[in-house]
Design a protein around this ligand. Structure first.
Ligand SMILES: Cc1cc2nc3c(=O)[nH]c(=O)nc-3n(C[C@H](O)[C@H](O)[C@H](O)COP(=O)(O)O)c2cc1C
Length: 216
């Protein structure tokens, strides 16, 4: 196992959403995927239930089908946010926003070509559940997914958290044989070797705008 030379703080601050720098032409070795999944399993889960599951998709037809669902989700989302922005202001989106749109459009155009798509799942559906149950359910899969992404970054792989295929979750469940009534999909993580090793911390708000000491 070869890991990049990153200390823990560098790993945490440079695990970016990788879209334009996913190597679409190089397969990802199975042992690397399994190492990342082993580490993901060390994440916490409510009541230590570990009712998570990961569908690792390498089959080209299934990837193409998921890519198509993702693209439909992206187009719906893009229409909605464009309409919302135009209603609120006539100003052009900022350069930062345009940069993310371009990168997201590229991923939407190529999702089905990414060598591996990982769909993390959690047992039980929360549509009708009270808030503490929802929090426990989602909180029992999200740390494992982030651990998976950190482990991938440490191995020179790129990932991006995506959710837009969930606009068509039922069709994705049919494609992958996931029992939709019992299991929720939490995300779809494209996984590929990253083109280049260097990534930088992303822009974030100053701490004093998001942290409340003792009182909101
Ligand atoms: C819950 C969640 C859903 C997201 N969904 C998408 C998505 O569907 N498509 C996409 O391209 N990026 C998606 N992202 C990635 C965000 O756009 C990204 O994290 C954000 O722009 C910050 O960039 P960074 O991760 O490189 O710091 C998602 C991230 C999260 C946490």
């Amino acid at each position: 196992m070869t890991l990049l030379e990153l200390d823990p703080d560098e790993l945490l601050s440079t695990t970016r959403s990788v879209r334009l720098r996913l190597d679409l032409s190089r397969p990802v070795e199975r042992h690397l995927i399994e190492e990342c999944l082993d580490l993901a399993q060390q994440a916490p889960s409510g009541g230590n239930q570990q009712t998570w599951a990961f569908v690792v998709v390498t089959n080209p037809e299934k990837r193409r089908a998921l890519g198509e669902l993702y693209k439909q989700g992206w187009e719906t989302y893009l229409k909605e946010i464009t309409a919302r922005r135009e209603a609120a202001t006539s100003a052009m989106p900022s350069r930062d926003v345009l940069r993310i749109y371009r990168s997201a459009q590229y991923l939407a155009d190529h999702m089905g070509e990414v060598p591996v798509l990982v769909v993390p799942c959690i047992a039980g559906r929360t549509e009708q559940a009270p808030i503490e149950e929802q929090a426990s359910q989602w909180g029992s899969i999200l740390p494992a997914v982030w651990s998976f992404m950190l482990a991938a970054r440490a191995r020179g792989l790129g990932t991006c958290w995506t959710t837009l295929h969930l606009l068509h979750e039922r069709e994705a469940a049919e494609t992958l044989g996931i029992p939709y009534d019992q299991v929720m999909q939490a995300a779809m993580i494209p996984l590929a070797h990253a083109l280049g090793e260097e990534f930088h911390p992303g822009p974030r708000k100053p701490l004093n705008t998001i942290v409340h000491w003792d009182t909101w």
